[in-house]
Ligand binder design. Structure first.
Ligand code: MN3
Length: 232
């Protein structure tokens, strides 16, 4: 960690004009090993997904923002204003944001049900956790081609299920349903094809065995009344 700080300081001091603060994105650390989500998500899929797909989004995002105004914004601010930037920023910035969220809500030892205020709100909004899962599975299964299914907290404090194409997400100013995503399911074929082939619904069923509701609750709690929410 200390080494990263030193490296970042070096980059900022020597690679940027005086006064500018540049973003240099990096892969987030995984809190588990590639094989830890077996049998629900296989080790090879995890490794390729993280070291190849996510890494490519990070590399291409860094390339896309190099020496542009986009490099001065946080990733969240980039998403909020994504229509002002190149398609490469949209695709790779979205890819980096979405996968960072995705890894974080997965766990080999997940809390299998929501609790607290999130649980109350899910019951009020959807009737039950089972119904919410059904709606998220449906959103993921019916997303044509590649994309994501989301549980979103909207500006008016409502929980909504949505889906986006490609690497778009609900923070983006181009999204149909806008808000802060607190749970996201990657339904690109690269997320499941090695183990599940064309059976996306089977992957969606398996996902719930490694989804850590504790992490979703943390996302929910930090989204409510947040500075980020005020910018939406
Ligand atoms: Mn993916």
């Amino acid at each position: 960690m200390k080494k990263n700080i030193v490296n970042n300081a070096f980059l900022i001091l020597f690679a940027m004009p005086a006064g500018a603060v540049a973003q240099e994105y990096k892969l987030p650390e995984l809190n588990y090993a590639y094989a830890d989500l077996e049998p629900y998500i296989d080790a090879m899929t995890m490794e390729i997904h993280y070291t190849k797909h996510h890494q490519a989004y990070v590399n291409n995002l860094n390339k896309a923002i190099e020496n542009t105004d986009a490099a001065k914004l946080s990733l969240e601010d980039l998403m909020l204003n994504v229509s002002k930037f190149s398609p490469a920023v949209r695709n790779n910035g979205g890819g980096h944001y979405n996968h960072s969220l995705f890894w974080n809500i997965l766990s080999p030892k997940p809390q299998l049900l929501p609790s607290g205020k999130l649980a109350e709100m899910i019951n009020e909004t959807f009737g039950s956790v089972e119904e919410l899962k059904k709606q998220l599975n449906q959103a993921g299964a019916t997303r044509f081609g590649s994309g994501w299914a989301w549980l979103v907290l909207t500006k008016d404090n409502k929980l909504v299920v949505s889906s986006t194409p490609n690497q778009d997400n609900p923070l983006m100013d181009v999204a149909e349903v806008r808000g802060i995503p607190i749970l996201g399911i990657d339904v690109w074929e690269h997320a499941y094809y090695l183990k599940y082939q064309n059976k996306r619904p089977d992957y969606l069923e398996a996902f719930w065995h490694v989804l850590d509701w504790k992490k979703v609750e943390e996302n929910f709690n930090s989204a409510i009344n947040s500075e980020l929410m005020k910018k939406l």
